[in-house]
Design a protein around this ligand. Structure first.
Ligand SMILES: [Zn+2]
Length: 206
């Protein structure tokens, strides 16, 4: 699935050159739900065998390396003039709440990380208080577009170089909301069986 997303994403980036482009890689999430116990048997207490640990113990680390390759290929497809923001909406921890029913040994936790690079972005600077909700205001500020007061997050201006901030002064507006809008009908049966099965396998529905 991640390879498909990369292939489609790289093609769209190269052919259509959009100003803003987002892509979701889900493999790391699935990998951590199902193989955390092999990397961290003490943390989960599920008692995997030595053979299982030998086979799967490095799966998460290796998947991160694989995902890093995907991101690298995508960044290359996008060209060097782009800012790149990598945001995870959650981190992971050992947790056997769904172990009995689903064989899941890792669950989400709030703490996560972000990576931000490109023209006008400080190199090697560590920022500790970034939150996933800061992504939208940060992207708007980076592009010189107004940030709204009613957004949950804040633009991460410390990440931008002084020179960039000088040339992209931040503009504030009250809101981007334009009133009620028609979200259309989304009947439950619009979920394909395949998608439903995947969501079930991940434990989001029973
Ligand atoms: Zn998950």
């Amino acid at each position: 699935m991640d390879r498909t997303h990369l292939g489609t994403g790289a093609k769209l980036l190269q052919e259509r050159r959009p100003d803003l482009f987002g892509i979701f890689f889900q493999g790391i999430d699935i990998m951590q739900h199902f193989t955390w116990e092999f990397m961290d048997p003490l943390g989960t207490g599920t008692g995997p065998t030595i053979a299982e640990r030998a086979r799967w113990g490095q799966a998460i680390e290796r998947y991160y390396a694989f995902a890093d390759e995907l991101v690298g290929a995508l960044v290359e497809a996008g060209g060097s003039e782009r800012g790149v923001l990598i945001v995870s909406d959650h981190g992971f921890q050992p947790d056997t709440l769904r172990w009995e029913k689903k064989g899941i040994s890792g669950e989400h936790r709030r703490q996560s990380f972000f990576l931000y690079a490109g023209p006008g972005i400080e190199r090697g600077k560590r920022i500790d208080d970034f939150d996933a909700v800061d992504a939208t205001p940060t992207i708007l500020a980076y592009h010189g577009l107004p940030v709204a007061h009613d957004m949950d997050g804040e633009p991460c201006l410390d990440a931008h170089t002084a020179k960039w901030r000088e040339h992209h002064p931040i503009e504030w507006i009250e809101t981007y909301e334009i009133g009620d809008w028609d979200r259309g009908d989304l009947p439950a049966e619009s979920l394909s069986e395949d998608l439903e099965e995947r969501i079930r396998a991940l434990g989001y529905i029973d």
